[in-house]
Design a protein around this ligand. Structure first.
Ligand code: AQP
Length: 347
């Protein structure tokens, strides 16, 4: 595999209720990657959002709210490229080409579709089924080498690699003939990790914290105020035992494990370090400290989001600037893909 220029891409859906899982598993890590990589693209993936029904007016507001969350969390739009997916046509265009590369059997294995479609599979949109192919196109339109995501996206990243590999193999002759060497697409590395790679519901430690959970008590929203955060943490499900003093003692205790993981991530330490301080403590004391940490981390983000969404003109200008810069990278890549596939292009 030839060396590709390092480039980070990731996205968040504008589907409401941005929560602590999105923040710790994704957005906060986007911020941390900015100094390490010259090019980072952070995308509000609105084409993904409409794979399930979205009220049009709410969708517009949500696109601006996710953009505000990116900026409020510390993504610098002058340094990183912040944009919404539907403004850059190459995502959808490449997705079609990838639809003809990906195999039905690969998509049939995607667990997220099974979970989201549930029993009413016949009534799910084709877009929901095809979601992982569009995600591969999002990433590979930029030939991104690194993608920071939560653990729930691991399988989709594997599919992205499979599509890249199959494209590189199927078109190997044409890739070389057009001067792109041995491979056109990188095999993208997922960046998954840390104690909050999978933040779980506060009501059920076996279920992922999720935007669509009907219970607002299952998640801490980025826009929750200090009182709401305190109430949700205090009501979070736990068991009757005190905290263990070693990580092994968290086995079989999903709710305890989740709260310790959240605490560790907010404080930027390991679970071991948290238990060194709180091993043997009752949940009441631990939850008090967790509230303080969560309010300290999220309070300024929520306040800044509120300030930013009050000025939609500024947000729209950030998105327009980001889209132009994103397209400047994606357009030549798509042109090359069209040549490789054998299409005749307007020149
Ligand atoms: N619980 C989580 N823990 C850690 N990371 C998470 N992410 C989502 N939930 C958790 C990560 O956040 C990024 C953006 O996710 P998304 O909004 O694009 O899609 P999602 O994973 O479908 O979000 P939700 O909250 O789970 O929504 P619903 O309820 O619609 O399914 C991704 O990097 C994701 O891994």
């Amino acid at each position: 595999m030839p060396a590709f220029q390092e480039l980070v891409f990731s996205g968040v859906q504008p589907t409401g209720n941005l929560h602590l899982g999105n923040y710790l598993g994704a957005i906060r890590r986007f911020v941390a990657l900015q100094p390490a990589y010259e090019t980072c693209l952070y995308c509000v993936v609105d084409l993904h959002a409409i794979t399930v029904w979205q009220d049009p007016a709410e969708l517009t507001a949500q696109i601006r709210e996710v953009t505000a969350a990116f900026l409020a969390a510390g993504i610098d739009p002058a340094r990183s490229i912040v944009f919404n997916q539907s403004q850059v046509p190459q995502h959808a265009e490449l997705a079609w080409i990838f639809n003809c590369v990906a195999r039905l059997g690969w998509l049939n294995r995607m667990t997220q579709f099974k979970e989201k479609a549930g029993k009413d599979r016949e009534n799910a949109s084709i877009g929901l089924y095809d979601y992982p192919v569009l995600m591969a196109a999002d990433i590979l339109a930029y030939r991104a080498t690194h993608v920071p995501v939560g653990e729930d996206q691991k399988q989709h990243l594997e599919l992205t690699r499979d599509i890249a590999q199959k494209f590189n193999n199927d078109f190997a002759g044409s890739i070389a003939a057009h001067g792109h060497g041995e491979a056109f697409f990188p095999l993208t590395e997922p960046l998954i990790g840390g104690p909050a790679a999978r933040v779980m519901s506060l009501r059920d430690g076996t279920k992922k914290m999720s935007k669509s959970d009907p219970s607002d008590y299952s998640r801490i929203n980025l826009t929750d105020d200090a009182d709401a955060i305190a109430q949700k943490v205090r009501k979070a499900k736990t068991d009757a035992e005190p905290l263990p003093s070693e990580v092994a003692g968290l086995a079989g205790r999903p709710e305890a494990d989740n709260l310790v993981g959240i605490f560790a991530s907010l404080r930027d330490v390991t679970r071991e370090e948290v238990l060194r301080d709180y091993g043997g403590a009752q949940f009441s004391a631990f939850k008090g400290a967790l509230v303080d940490l969560a309010v300290e981390a999220l309070g300024p983000v929520g306040a800044e989001m509120k300030r930013l969404v009050a000025d939609p003109g500024h947000i729209d200008a950030v998105l327009a600037d980001g889209a132009a810069r994103a397209e400047a990278i994606a357009a030549p890549n798509l042109a090359a893909v069209k040549d490789i596939v054998g299409f005749v292009r307007r020149r």
